[in-house]
Each structure stands twice: as structure tokens, then as C-alpha cells.
Ligand binder design. Structure first.
Ligand SMILES: [Zn+2]
Length: 246
């Protein structure tokens, strides 16, 4: 049994777990940032639509004020029409009555259009508020998950660091040096399985002699193309029941 290769393989597994956990934590942070941006943008949109609503409400109030003034004028016109003194005054009063009626009509139509817009916008505001509440709830839950994950991750990573230190101390320094160099240049994948005469990391085939070595598993073999440490997964040493003795 080549325990050094088993330890290197275990080191690779530990490093893969560390990387996977860092990636998951980064993804959680990204998710939280995306949700927070969504909330901010939603809040800005809501503030803008509320501003429009306030402006339109003010316009509607102005129009209602104008209608009240016109109603007073209309009443005065009707009173004077009941007591006009001559034809000229009558014609002037009728002209004024027509003008007032037309004006009232115009303003009532305008007020109605605005009222419809106010009602539609109020419904939109309700929907937006509901959506924002849901986003805030999602953030609360994501923050809670993130905090819990962070504590769990710290413990998990500390445990993996302990395992890593033990493994690196149990492997010859020159191999560790080579491991770290390959990890640095090959995206972290250093120990790889071989299928027949094929390196599964770089997908290049290697000479049968190396395949024979792998089947014996008595020495450390490296891929002549990518330089990674190779192992043959069908060898008994790499079966799941094999226990690595420290
Ligand atoms: Zn290779």
C-alpha cells in the first residue's frame, strides 16, 4: 500500500472541501448583496411612485377647490338670472352661465381622469409594498442563515485546517512543495484519477508503463503531461473501505 499517495489524495479531498465551503460562503454573500440591491431599488421606485401620487393628489385637491369656487359663481349667476333687469344683462348672464357650465364640465373631467389614475397607482403602491415586505423577510432569513452558516463554517474550516496540518506534516516536504506548486498553477486539482492510460484531469493519455505502476501502487506516479499525481481508483487501496492510518 502506498500510504503517501493515500495521504496526498486525502489532502486533495480536504482542499476540495475547503474550496467548496469558501465558494458556498461567497455565494451566500452574493445572494444577500443581490437581495439588498433589489430592496434598495424597490424602495427607490416606491418613493418615486409615492411622490407622483402626492403630486396628483394635490392637483386633484386644486381642481376640487376650483369646482367649489365655480359653484359659488354659478349660484350667483342663477340668482342674478332670476332678477335680471334688461336684455343686455340677460344675454351677458346667459353667456356667463354657458362659460361656467363648460368650465365645470372640463374640470370635472380632469378631476375624474386624475381620480382614476390615483386609484390605479394606489393599487400599484399596495403591490409594491407587499413585494418589499417579502424582500425584507427574505433578507432577514438570509442574514440569519448567513450568520448561522458563518459560525458553522468557521468550525468546519478550523477542523479541516487541523486535518490539513496533520496531513502535510505526514507527507515528505518535497512532495508537499510540489503539491502546492501544482495546486497554485492548476486550479487546485493536484491528485487525479486515471482511467486506463488516460489522465482524467488533463485528458491526455500516458505510456503503459505508468499504467502498470498505477496498478501496482507502490510509487508516486505523475502525469507526464500535466504533472499531477495520478492514482488508479480500481486499486484496493482506493476502495471506500480502505482506512488511512495516521
Ligand atoms: Zn494529466
Amino acid at each position: 500500500m502506498n500510504t503517501t499517495l493515500l495521504k496526498l489524495k486525502k489532502l486533495q479531498e480536504v482542499d476540495d472541501l475547503v474550496r467548496a465551503r469558501h465558494k458556498a460562503m461567497a455565494e451566500s454573500r452574493t445572494l444577500l448583496a443581490v437581495t439588498s440591491t433589489k430592496l434598495k431599488s424597490g424602495e427607490n421606485n416606491l418613493a418615486e411612485i409615492r411622490r407622483l401620487q402626492r403630486d396628483e393628489e394635490a392637483k386633484h385637491r386644486d381642481l376640487e377647490g376650483e369646482l367649489k369656487i365655480l359653484a359659488v359663481k354659478k349660484k350667483s349667476n342663477e340668482d342674478r338670472l332670476a332678477t335680471f333687469k334688461n336684455n343686455i344683462e340677460y344675454i351677458a348672464l346667459i353667456k356667463e352661465a354657458n362659460f361656467l357650465a363648460k368650465r365645470v364640465d372640463e374640470i370635472e373631467n380632469k378631476a375624474l381622469v386624475i381620480l382614476e389614475q390615483l386609484e390605479k397607482r394606489a393599487a400599484v403602491i399596495d403591490t409594491m409594498e407587499l413585494a418589499l415586505t417579502q424582500i425584507r423577510d427574505a433578507i432577514t432569513s438570509q442574514v440569519a442563515d448567513f450568520k448561522a452558516d458563518e459560525v458553522a463554517s468557521q468550525n468546519y474550516l478550523a477542523d479541516l485546517t487541523t486535518q490539513r496540518v496533520a496531513l502535510t506534516e505526514a507527507i515528505e516536504p518535497n512532495l508537499i512543495k510540489r503539491y502546492e506548486e501544482i495546486a497554485e498553477t492548476k486550479g487546485g486539482l493536484v491528485v487525479t484519477a486515471a482511467l486506463n492510460s488516460l489522465c482524467l484531469a488533463c485528458r491526455m493519455s500516458f505510456p503503459p508503463q505508468i499504467y502498470n505502476e498505477l496498478q501496482r501502487n507502490q510509487k508516486i506516479s505523475v502525469c507526464p503531461n500535466c504533472g499531477r499525481f495520478l492514482y488508479w481508483p480500481d486499486h484496493n487501496d482506493f476502495q471506500p473501505q480502505t482506512k488511512l492510518k495516521p
